[in-house]
Design a protein around this ligand. Structure first.
Ligand code: PA5
Length: 324
């Protein structure tokens, strides 16, 4: 099946990301912040960069048609839309251009690709013809390379190597136990802050590939609100997936006991010494598992007709890009 094949091909997509961005530079050195503008499977790049750059540079992700007022000429904007036609992203890019902020476009084409060519904006041209969310490794590796070109070093060469190697290993494993666990009931992804982006990815992959209404809870915050909601056994078949980082494994063990009282629990420990490797290895498992869950549920993992419907509705409300 095509989706499975694309996920299995992630290591080469990631390598492609490094080479396509080799020469791409926004002409700005050591930006004050990185602003990632994008939605869904493209916008999640911002969540990954925010996690990876946590101790280095502020990363702010804009998942809306409105660019924050503080974004200016010392902030580097990464405008990411796989299709190049997402309205919220195009609207933000109009505002970026009118403010004169440095911008790098990451897309496979569409309106955004044409705009970048017309305006001669630095452009990372992604591989064409795959579902947006499956382009994650190419988006991430290319964005990291672009940031290196601006003097922002987030990952070491050995981190890229580790991520590639762990993705290859992850691609050869069997995830039958997880597929079984998530194929019925209501999935709830639970993780801790260091893996928030990965937890979000799991939720989104279960939404889009498996057509499931999944929920995400992130500790420690969830310990201050969501946890109370489980005090009385709720109606329904809840399938908890604890995505576990070594940094919070003690907490996860206690949470596994806690949630066992109200639903079924599976634990997934991500592997890797670098965060880049842990995020990408865990994301590949999420992709493969969510596709198989979708197949078990009799749906097509690739198509996302409700997103197309929503995009049509939004066009009716916001108008075509360029309209005012
Ligand atoms: O993965 C998907 O198909 C979606 O989440 C899209 O990424 C989202 O609708 C935004 O579209 P694009 O990535 O083309 O900007």
């Amino acid at each position: 099946m095509r989706m499975r094949k694309i996920y299995l091909d992630w290591p080469s997509l990631a390598e492609r990301g490094l080479s396509v961005a080799e020469e791409v530079s926004p002409g700005l050195f050591e930006p004050r912040s990185i602003v990632v503008v994008g939605m869904g499977g493209s916008g999640i790049l911002g969540d990954y960069l925010e996690a990876l750059a946590y101790n280095k540079v502020p990363v702010y992700t804009v998942k809306s048609p409105h660019l924050p007022g503080w974004v200016g000429d010392r902030d580097l904007v990464l405008a990411v839309s796989y299709s190049g036609n997402t309205l919220e992203t195009l609207r933000c890019v109009e505002q970026v251009l009118s403010r004169g902020s440095p911008v790098v476009v990451i897309t496979s084409g569409g309106r955004l690709g044409r705009l970048a060519e017309e305006r001669r904006l630095p452009l990372v041209r992604l591989v064409e013809g795959i579902p947006p969310r499956t382009a994650l490794p190419e988006m991430l590796f290319s964005a990291l390379r672009v940031l290196e070109n601006t003097g922002v070093h987030i990952a070491e060469p050995r981190d890229y190597e580790e991520a590639l190697s762990l993705m290859r290993t992850a691609a050869s494993r069997d995830y039958g136990r997880l597929v079984e666990h998530l194929s019925t009931g209501f999935p709830i992804v639970v993780t801790c802050n260091s893996l928030r982006a990965l937890g979000l990815r799991w939720k989104n992959e279960l939404n889009e590939n498996s057509k499931l209404p999944a929920k995400l809870e992130v500790y420690p915050e969830a310990g201050h609100n969501d946890i109370v909601g489980w005090e009385l056994p709720p109606p329904g078949d809840y399938r908890f997936l604890l995505v576990e980082d070594a940094a919070c494994s003690h907490l996860t063990s206690r949470l596994a006991e806690y949630y066992s009282a109200v639903g079924r629990v599976a634990r997934l420990a991500v592997e890797g010494s670098s965060l880049l490797a842990r995020l990408l290895q865990g994301s590949l498992v999420a992709g493969l598992v969510s596709v198989e869950v979708g197949v078990r549920r009799g749906v097509d993992p690739e198509e996302t007709r409700s997103i197309s419907w929503y995009k049509g509705v939004l066009k009716g409300i916001l108008g075509e890009p360029g309209d005012r």
